[in-house]
Design a protein around this ligand. Structure first.
Ligand SMILES: [Zn+2]
Length: 319
């Protein structure tokens, strides 16, 4: 039957120290839901600068495992924009959709170990459950078994605190059982959940430090939980502040963020660096991206972003 969750007890020994130099890989992992906008450019710039200034490789992975949300052709738009902005990735671009077999085997491993179980609850079954900041808190209805013909797969949680230390945002703690409940790693429609796929691919690709927007920091304890369940080392994390619009909403496709221009890449890259508080010299405003990168890599100082969560328009919209 179910293996004891004690096996998932804290594993601080494999927590990478955020202070360690990143002699490993970094990555940028966009979903092809539309062209690159200024918000996603910041994540690309920060992850690239952090990897390259530490002599680490930087990979690009297209997270195309949620076809209903995707926009055909946006992978090409994203890659073309990255190229125009002077990013140089190592190795071939990976498409997450080609790794489904590996994701399925991770789900099978978790089922086999009793860490995961089938859940037949529909959205309607869960309308009345309590909600927390992460959404509906799954009450564990199917933990003891479920006879529904179509099921999602959930990962069991417990309420021991999950902690990790973010390089910019400091110590983070979450109690998964009471804050999210057992969460979905494979959806009822058969698609692999983002959390599972991202964790497995980061591990398999040897990503030692994950640099991404702070909007994902609440997901990270679930990622640490998956890493522990699959006996994977815990990478270092750096969650950077996200650009917000005049209403304080994160720039995204949903809030109508415009695609970044490929016409004046030097000016936009300069704005991105200003938004990230890198204080680039004014002479680089509008310069060739290659010249801008030559300045950035020896000058990259992520610590100036310590504790910052939002980047309001006054820091990037020089209109
Ligand atoms: Zn259920």
């Amino acid at each position: 039957m179910t293996r004891s969750l004690q096996l998932l007890a804290p594993a601080e020994h494999n927590q990478a120290s955020p202070a360690q130099p990143a002699a490993h890989r970094g990555r940028f992992a966009p979903s092809p839901t539309g062209p690159l906008h200024f918000g996603s450019l910041l994540a690309a710039v920060a992850s690239y600068a952090q990897a390259k200034s530490n002599q680490a490789e930087w990979l690009v992975r297209i997270e195309d495992i949620d076809p209903p949300r995707e926009q055909p052709g946006s992978d090409q738009l994203i890659l073309r924009a990255l190229e125009a902005y002077g990013f140089e990735w190592d190795g071939p671009v990976t498409y997450q959709s080609t790794l489904t077999e590996r994701h399925e085997s991770a789900v099978a491993e978790l089922l086999e170990a009793g860490f995961a179980y089938p859940c037949g609850c529909s959205r309607r079954d869960l309308v009345d459950v309590p909600r927390g900041p992460l959404g509906a808190i799954y009450p564990g209805t199917c933990r003891m078994g479920c006879s529904a013909p179509e099921t999602a797969i959930r990962l069991r949680t417990n309420d021991a605190p999950i902690t990790f230390t973010d390089a910019l945002q400091g110590a983070q703690t979450q109690h998964l059982e009471s804050e999210s409940g057992d969460f979905i790693i494979k959806r009822r429609d058969g698609l692999i959940a983002y959390h599972l796929a991202a964790v497995v691919d980061d591990h398999d690709q040897g990503i030692g430090e994950i640099v991404r927007g702070i909007d994902l920091i609440d997901s990270t304890p679930r990622h640490v939980w998956i890493q522990r369940a699959l006996n994977m080392p815990i990478p270092a994390y750096m969650h950077i502040p996200v650009a917000v619009n005049e209403y304080g909403q994160k720039l995204s496709k949903l809030t109508g963020a415009a695609p970044i221009s490929e016409a004046n890449t030097g000016a936009t890259l300069y704005r991105a660096l200003s938004a990230l508080r890198q204080a680039p010299p004014a002479s680089l405003d509008g310069a060739d991206p290659a010249d801008i990168w030559r300045w950035v890599l020896p000058h990259w100082r992520p610590d100036v972003l310590q504790g910052l969560q939002d980047i309001p328009p006054c820091h990037y919209d020089f209109g």
